[in-house]
Design a protein around this ligand. Structure first.
Ligand code: COA
Ligand code: ZN
Length: 254
């Protein structure tokens, strides 16, 4: 049994309280054969969702996103990936396009992708939000538009005094705001300006968000997943440990 795990009827491994596990993968590391094998783990509705996409690369990325999440959860559940029941019912309209939940309710998770990167954060007990943005190919024009459209006036005032360079900083700041909205489960259905972060990035911040129906308080912090991306983690409760791993070590998963 792994450290911190709890054996339950259905759960083989549960991240200990206060720990957030982050699993990363690169889409390009999977060849056509891998994709075919992984596709066999998808549910009927996931297959249908993939087939509805017109662009080949979008289909592959969607398929991998579904299969990788199953692969990671199978590690925790001790079940084959295809045996897991993953629900994506949207809290607003009931269409299955919301954030993923496993039906057992044992794990909380948040998925992100940017470019070639796929990642998921997994916790027990508290909702989590993960967001990542690829740094390559971002123009100054793109990031300044992002800041204009999504930052509050106070955030725009505070930003120039912070380190590092502006493009990275704006994207990093954006990941923090989006991680918070993903943790809340609203995504961008509420304005991104509802999340205002005024302290310099790099240390954990507590943030209060008005969702329109209630005030929610949560925590957000930068996450290091490599030089090619900026990333942030949000959680409804403070955490003391983040464990970042690559999905490929799950090759011996059930
Ligand atoms: C959710 C959202 C913030 C994701 O941002 P993004 O930069 O496009 O994409 P990311 O790669 O970071 O995240 C995508 C993942 O977010 C997750 N997600 C979807 N809806 C979510 C929500 N409401 N809350 C948290 N996570 C959500 C999914 O797991 C998705 O990946 P997957 O489909 O491969 O599993 C954004 O797409 C959004 O808010 N969309 C609008 C939501 C909306 O209008 N819903 C309709 C209501 S009827
Ligand atoms: Zn919806």
């Amino acid at each position: 049994m792994e450290a911190g795990c709890t054996d339950m009827k259905t759960a083989r491994f549960i991240p200990p309280d206060g720990q957030i596990d982050v699993w990363t993968a690169r889409n390009s590391s999977y060849n056509a054969r891998d994709v075919a094998v992984m596709s066999e783990t998808l549910s009927m509705s996931e297959h249908a969702e993939v087939q509805r996409l017109r662009v080949h690369q979008h289909r592959i990325h969607r398929l991998l996103s579904r299969a990788l999440l199953r692969r990671v959860l199978s590690h925790y559940a001790g079940l084959p990936p295809q045996a897991l029941e993953i629900d994506r019912k949207c809290s607003q309209c009931a269409i299955p396009h919301g954030r993923p939940h496993d039906r057992s309710g044992v794990w909380q998770m948040s998925v992100t992708h940017s470019g070639d990167l796929w990642a998921v954060a997994v916790t027990s007990n508290y909702p989590v939000g993960l967001d990542a943005e690829e740094l390559e190919g971002r123009t100054v024009h793109h990031v300044s538009r992002l800041a204009d459209e999504s930052f509050t006036p106070l955030e725009r005032e505070a930003l120039p005094s912070w380190e590092p360079p502006a493009e990275h900083l704006v994207l990093q700041h954006w990941t923090h705001k989006e991680a918070v909205l993903k943790c809340l489960g609203t995504g961008l259905t509420i304005p991104i300006q509802s999340v205002q972060l005024l302290a310099p990035l790099g240390r954990r911040q507590q943030v209060s968000v008005d969702t329109g129906s209630e005030h929610k308080s949560l925590y957000v912090e930068s996450l290091d997943i490599g030089q090619l991306w900026v990333s942030a983690l949000a959680c409804a409760a403070p955490w003391h440990r983040v464990v970042v791993r690559s999905v490929s070590i799950l090759d011996d998963a059930p």
